[in-house]
Structure formats: structure tokens, C-alpha cells
Design a protein around this ligand. Sequence first.
Ligand code: TYD
Length: 261
Amino acid sequence: MHSQVPCDTKFYTTPCVGVNGSTGVLDGCVGRGGYPDRVTTSLLPSVPTSADGPGARGVFVSFEGGDGAGKSTQARLLADWVRGLGREVVLTREPGGTELGRTLRDAVLHGDHVDARTEALLYATDRAHHVASLVRPALARGALVVTDRYLDSSVAYQGSGRDLGADEVERLNLWATGGLLPHATILLDVDPDVGRTRLTGQPDRLERAGDDFHRRTRAAFLARAAADPARWLVLDGTASPDELARAVRARLAPVLGVGAA
Ligand code: TYD
């Protein structure tokens, strides 16, 4: 069975269709670099397209949501399920999916105060290196890449939470990643008050950012998801882990070309 997974953002004009149902993987959805003019007129120049084309055959899935939404648990459950089907899965996260990323993660979450633009650039730097050194090579091998947070976190947290502007932050990150977007993004939505009760340990810089910040971030995630329902699945993060895992499998089974368990 062939699956069709449109995953364009408003920046892309090329339709995105996943094929190759027999092996259950998609190609064509990731790494398209065709920016329309209004993007290339910004400070950020053209987007490289090095991993475009027939080499990029894997499936890329991101989990998003506020702090304490349960993303890590669901990312792990998805990875376990797909590994159990005999597929290669790379389970990773941002910030901190690479060795350089772990240094950047420490700096941005636990270091001294940095201003909002520096913060956005630190996340984008982590992401650029993560995509180039880990995500794209795994997709080229045909793996499922599951990431706990991706570019949409920057658009929500830095674009809206820090008020840098969603469009600017999205452009920065599309440039940083060569235009790589996930085939599917799962948003685990929870009220920040609920998320806070689930956190353990000392709050990091972002967790300390205040109620208004977290409310803006949540609203930004929801608005972004509503604008692109073909890519996003929004789930109520207060549902049980089992219920959530079932919904995630049901959404991704056609993308992976397998039956939902
Ligand atoms: P994460 O490790 O996912 O924390 P948690 O498990 O508590 O959700 O992310 C660390 C923090 O970094 C989190 O508060 C969200 C923030 N963040 C951004 O502000 N921008 C980004 O681009 C990313 C990836 C994360």
C-alpha cells in the first residue's frame, strides 16, 4: 500500500508524497530545499539540499510539547515498538543528541544568563550539527529517526515564548537544517500547571521562565499544529501512557507501512 504524507510547511510549494509502501518507508518528504523568494530575501541565504534525493529514505518523527508533557516516555515507547518490528530506529533528542550538543545543552539550560537571540542560536547550532551528523545519515540508511523535540520547539519557545518572532526563528532553523522537516510531529499538550507538577530536580533556565512564557509557548504549539494537520497529531498529554502510545502507533502505522499494534 502506498502512503501519502504531505509534510509541507507554508514555505514549500512542492507536494510531498511518500512512496515505497512495500518496504514501509517513505522518501521525498525530507530535506527539500526549495525556498520561495520571500525566504531568500531575508538575511539567511539559500538552503543547502545535500541530503535530498533518493538517498533520504527513512522516516523522521518528532515529539513536541511543554516541559513535563511526557514526550520522552512516548518517544521511547514508539522506538521500542518499531525496533520490535525489526526496523532500525535512532532515538535522539534536542538539545543534546550529539557530543557537541551535550555541551551546548549544558550551556543553554544550566549556564549563565544569555539573551534571547543567543539562546535561539545555541538551539539552532545544536540542531544544525544534530541533523548533519546524526539525523540525515540515519535517514539515508532508511532508519526511523525519533527525536524528543525538534525545530518546532524553537519556533514555540524562542519565537513565541521569548518573543523573537515565529517566522524569523523558523527561517533561522530551516536554514540551519537545510530545510529538514519531520514526516510527522506528535504534540503532547498539557497545561503548564500540570507539566510543572511532573518535573523533578532543580528547574533549568527554561523551566524557570515563568507562567506567561509557558502559556505563550503552549499556544504557539497548538496554533502551529492547527495550521498543518497533515504533519501534526495533537494528543491530550494527561491521557495514560498506554492510551497515548496506542494513538501514536495508529497515526504512524500508515507512515511506516505497517499495521497498528
Ligand atoms: P527537554 O530536554 O525536552 O526538557 P523536558 O524534558 O523538561 O521537556 O528540553 C529542554 C528545554 O529546552 C525545554 O525547557 C525546552 C527547551 N527548548 C527550547 O527552548 N528550544 C528548543 O529549540 C529546544 C529543542 C528546547
